[in-house]
Write a protein that binds this ligand. Sequence first.
Ligand code: PLP
Length: 279
Amino acid sequence: DLVYLNGEWLAPENAKVSVFDRGFLFADGIYEVIPVYQGRPFLAEHHLARLHNSLTAIGIVDQGEHFWRALINELIARNKLSDALLYFQVTRGAEAKRSHLPEGQPSPTIFANHSPLSVHWNTPEPAKVVLCDDIRWLRCDIKSISLLGNIMLKQFAQQHNAIEPILQRNGYITEGASSNYFAVKDGVIYTAPANHLILPGITRMWVLRLAQQLGLTVREEPFPSADLAQLDELFLTSSSREVQPIAQIDDIIIADGRCGPITKQLVEAFHQSKRAHLA
Ligand code: PLP
């Protein structure tokens, strides 16, 4: 098991960074997660575009697509990965003194490792979410390593036996703490627009495309939390969960609590697109 740290390949226990790293002191950095199916990265170009956007947003120079492609390939090859989640993190780097503004131009700390991924081929069991106020900041489009809000919300969800908190801001659903949502009402699929209030999920983007290909009606517009009780279907998307049906929000059972037909259609379309990717 090898991890990458600043140009070196190391055993995980030997990968160490300075306590002066701005990632440690300020959470001054960003990350990216890319799924790998049977040794092949899935939708890598989209993940690398988002990584580029996160880096640019916080003023760290991107190492460039060539660098990331090579790193992805080496991470897969050195660890002989089949199904996995690749993790990439870039922080602004280390300096001798803690100050909010870096004094020089520290060289970024780049870290990469992997974790197991269980790829879904069946429809997952519909799960429970809890509705929470979105206590996070207003640049959720940046995949920041500062995840305190997300962690607190996830702790709350766990305490309430839910797989995820679903977040509302000013009366509208934004996303989950590590997922995007799709709500179905009267045959129309709603998902929040990709603005500063959500992370533009790659799975979200992919499911939007699949829905369009299937001729389903999708509206990228904010969905009011007051209307959740009237929903026909709800599901979450993320790289690790893929398409996850939701049966319950707090004490509200959605429709009959089973996976709805549109969700099912998209779960199957997603599986089909994975098969096409592997073919
Ligand atoms: N929203 C947030 C806040 C996330 O952290 C994530 C991923 O972890 C997502 C959405 C889903 O993004 P993706 O589909 O690219 O995994």
